[in-house]
Design a protein around this ligand. Structure first.
Ligand SMILES: Cc1ncc(C[n+]2csc(CCOP(=O)(O)OP(=O)(O)O)c2C)c(N)n1
Ligand SMILES: [Mg+2]
Length: 358
């Protein structure tokens, strides 16, 4: 009923928890188990602290680059929380909080952004694909995995993310269209963080919403306040139940805000107005969730301080492990594109050896 009652063509945006942490939509509000709420909250804080420190580590020359998830934690943890552990995650490159919620060791994330191939080696028990850099390609991978579940009659679903900019790519349309045709159990989530590097979402499309692109593909689509963990949780849950019971894909446009730079190579102050930035920051998902949890007596300021300290400790421990393991043999740069190195790659490897390295 959430999807049915929030047609994006009628300008509807689904929200339950407003930016101050008050429930504003009693009709759709249901309790979420206290432990699950705290799990989501802790994961948002962990991702936030990892992001903040990763930016510093990169500036210290200890990481190659980094794309922070700052500000987008809410939509990621809530959508992951609405799934089962054995469902699949097909991530976008900006998915820190989702990776952590799914159980990916933080060390892997650090290794990935250090340029180490081992970061992409996902432990066998975690159902997720590694990051793909060509924007949009993950939508077809997700559709393919979803289609396989139709064949094998497994009741697993796939959740995949893309950015607002990614919705202009051909692969976005191909993925959602094909998923609709084959009834693949996929939940497509657009992280509308307002920017694709320096291009504002208003220059991305003439469509009034990104959600309506899903309507063209004939799949249930909705625009949700992505910084509201309640709205994201219940919308995703409905989409997941729909997919699991054989009714195919859904699309969610999660409205959020990229609080940080695109990556460490970017300076957003050049193209982002102060007014837009302040407005985006005022909708922070962590602050509003904290206000809610404190007001309901689920969290105290003291618990919150302890969570932050524990998360910071984890970030430092995991980064230390990553630094210790981050010895990249020269061969690794060439050996993982194909099962066996092609002649061309072998030649490049031999050439690179002459320039030093191991
Ligand atoms: C096919 C392709 N084109 C261009 C790029 C370079 N690129 C990397 S991120 C990015 C912008 C993506 O914006 P958006 O989809 O909104 O995601 P966000 O960075 O905001 O999470 C671009 C153009 C790429 N990785 N792949
Ligand atoms: Mg974007």
């Amino acid at each position: 009923m959430i999807f049915e009652n929030h047609n994006p063509l009628e300008g509807k945006v689904f929200q339950i928890l407003d930016k101050t942490g008050k429930i504003v939509n009693e009709e759709y509000y249901k309790d979420i188990d206290r432990d699950l709420l705290l799990k989501m909250y802790r994961c948002m804080v962990l991702s936030r602290i990892q992001d903040e420190w990763a930016l510093k580590f990169q500036r210290q020359g200890r990481m190659l680059t980094f794309a922070p998830t700052l500000g987008q934690e809410g939509l990621q943890v809530a959508s992951m929380a609405a799934c089962r552990d054995d469902d699949w995650l097909v991530p976008a490159f900006r998915s820190n909080a989702a990776w952590l919620y799914k159980g990916l060791p933080m060390k892997n994330i650090f290794l990935y952004w250090c340029g180490n191939e081992m970061g992409s080696k996902i432990p066998d028990h975690i159902n997720m694909l590694p990051i793909v850099v060509p924007i949009g390609s993950q939508f077809n991978h997700a559709t393919g995995i979803g289609m396989s579940f139709r064949y094998t009659k497994e009741d697993k679903v796939v959740v995949t993310y893309i950015g607002d900019g990614g919705t202009s790519e051909g692969e976005f349309y191909e993925g959602i269209n094909f998923a609709g045709v084959v009834n693949a159990p996929v939940i497509f989530i657009i992280q509308n963080n307002q920017f694709a590097i320096s291009t504002g979402v208003e220059s991305q499309t003439k469509a009034k919403t990104l959600a309506q692109k899903g309507i063209a593909a004939g799949i249930p689509s909705i625009k949700v306040d992505g910084n509201d963990i309640f709205a994201m949780y219940f919308a995703t849950k409905e989409a997941v139940e729909n997919a699991r019971s054989g009714n195919g894909p859904s699309l969610i446009e999660a409205v959020t805000y990229r609080q940080g730079p695109h990556t460490t190579a970017d300076d957003p102050t050049i193209y982002r107005s102060e007014e837009k930035h302040l407005d985006g920051m005022s909708k922070d998902p962590i602050i509003r969730t904290k206000n809610f949890l404190i007001e309901r007596g689920i969290l105290t300021e003291k618990d919150e301080k302890t969570i932050r300290e524990e998360c910071k400790k984890t970030v430092f421990e995991e980064f230390e492990k990553a630094e210790q393991e981050n010895i990249t043999p020269l061969e690794d740069i060439f050996k993982y594109t194909y099962e066996e190195m092609t002649e061309n790659l072998k030649e490049q490897y031999e050439e690179a050896k002459k320039w030093g390295g191991n």
